[in-house]
Design a protein around this ligand. Structure first.
Ligand code: GUN
Length: 168
């Protein structure tokens, strides 16, 4: 990998994420929400909110996955990102996260909870650095990463994009 990207990964202390890319949790609220105050989808308590740095490199991608809560993406640096969403009802959309407003990029985007989403760097030989904030706070218990075969069974008409943006 390009040395300056490697330096950034080291500087920000990022680690590999199971969906692809690199991340570091930068905030986890001390405050917690009891299970009885969360909707029935959640098992156990959650922090009020969490935030991560998330870095993707060109050629790599964040594979289709979903979480229960809405996830707010914030653009920081590098190439814009192409964020692909398949809603729970199977409606596909894609959104460019970046700061070239003339091109229709947006610096912030909310991925609705429960939708399947994947992301890739738009430009070659570079990286994208974003932040991802969720509330209730992130737990891997709320994180679902499905195989190409299982996701295609749910959304057969999205086979092409699912095949391209799943790791296995
Ligand atoms: N913490 C660890 N993984 C994730 C993730 O995929 N999203 C968010 N928001 N936080 C995380």
């Amino acid at each position: 990998m390009n040395t300056s990207i490697n330096d950034l990964i080291l500087k920000l202390d990022l680690k590999s994420h199971p969906e692809g890319g690199f991340f570091k949790e930068t905030y986890r609220s001390i405050g917690e929400i009891n299970e009885s105050n969360l909707n029935a989808q959640y098992k156990g308590k959650r922090n009020y909110s969490t935030c991560i740095y998330f870095l993707l490199t060109s050629g790599g991608f964040s594979a289709f996955h979903r979480i229960k809560q809405d996830e707010i993406w914030h653009f920081y640096n590098g190439s814009p990102i192409n964020l692909h969403i398949i809603s729970e009802l199977g409606v596909y959309s894609n959104h460019h996260i970046g700061i070239n407003f003339e091109k229709g990029e947006v610096p912030q985007f909310v991925v609705p909870g429960g939708s399947w989403f994947a992301a890739e760097v738009i430009n070659d030989n570079t990286y994208s650095l974003v932040g991802c904030t969720v509330s209730p706070g992130f737990s891997f218990e709320d994180f679902e990463l499905k195989s190409r075969k299982d996701l295609t069974t749910i959304f057969p008409d999205k086979e092409q994009i699912i095949s391209r943006l799943t790791h296995y």
